[in-house]
Design a binder for this molecule. Structure first.
Ligand code: ADP
Ligand code: MG
Length: 261
């Protein structure tokens, strides 16, 4: 388990949390068939929060964040994103998906499209953005993730860390208000983890609301304002990083931390 500190000092003073609620999850439950995967989840995320979700494999972390943009469906309780409730109404689902970006462990880039085309595809076809404008936006975000020079290459020609930064840039091209990350560095070689974490740090410093499933506890300590610990489909404990790491309350949290730190 790597615990690589992010490269540069993080200026937490810039990372303000607003009173505005970005995501409200109330008494949410989900089953896969008869398997009760998420139990009574209550979670309020304010605009500007950086939340790290930790917990053992199989505890429901991915399922939880996938429910937030309806990649998975919950069966009970409510999930409200930017005031819009996620239900079966396809209009609401589309609206929420347009505000929520997601980055996965495997970058899921289209191999037959260039980096630039990967970044402009959804803006052009989903948002109906004119091609020139979509390309300018894409170049802006590729510069932000520090790989504008790769724009005309194909994903297979890039390293894993570069591909993951493209995946982040591609998400940003849709101008999301919330970013979800599901173990974005877990498939990367150690030397590439830092460059992806740096990109995430920059996003945090710009005020992006972020939910990150990650085992990078260095990142959690530096960037998160809250760490949530899940086990067996429940939120067992949550706290600010300092208290979470130094003074865990539950036996399950203590066991988990003793295994990874
Ligand atoms: P985590 O991300 O914390 O490892 P997941 O959310 O991926 O956990 O999975 C939680 C539990 O749900 C695991 O026991 C997993 O096997 C199960 N699970 C995940 N996806 C499905 C699915 N599509 N169908 C049935 N069970 C699933
Ligand atoms: Mg997972």
């Amino acid at each position: 388990m790597s615990d690589i500190a992010t490269a540069r000092e993080v200026d937490r003073s810039q990372m303000t949390v607003s009173d505005e609620v970005a995501i409200q999850i109330s008494n949410m439950n989900k089953w896969y068939g008869t398997f009760h995967v998420l139990r009574d989840i209550d979670l309020t995320v304010h605009r500007g929060e950086r939340i790290v979700i930790a917990g053992p494999s199989g505890s429901g972390k991915s399922t939880l964040i996938r429910c937030i943009n309806r990649l998975e469906e919950h069966q009970a309780g409510t999930i409200t994103v930017d005031g819009t409730e996620l239900g079966s109404d396809i209009k609401n689902i589309d609206k929420i998906r347009s505000e929520v970006g997601m980055v996965f462990q495997h970058f899921n880039l289209f191999p037959h499209l260039t980096i630039l085309e990967n970044c402009t595809l959804a803006p052009i076809w989903v948002r109906k953005t004119p091609k020139k404008e979509a390309e300018a936006t894409a170049m802006h975000f590729l510069e932000k993730v520090k790989i504008p020079e790769q724009a005309h290459k194909y994903p297979g020609q890039l390293s894993g860390g570069q591909q993951q930064r493209v995946a982040i840039a591609r998400s940003l091209c849709m101008k999301p208000r919330i970013m979800l990350f599901d173990e974005p560095t877990s498939a990367l070689d150690p030397e590439m983890i830092k460059e992806v974490l740096d990109t995430m740090v920059s996003l945090a410093e710009e005020g992006m609301t972020m939910l990150c499933v990650t085992h990078e506890m260095g990142f959690a300590r530096q960037v998160a304002n809250r760490v949530i610990f899940m086990d067996a489909g429940q939120i067992v404990e949550q706290n600010e990083p300092e208290a979470f790491f130094n003074n865990p309350q539950h036996e399950r949290t203590k066991l988990f931390l003793s295994q990874i730190l």
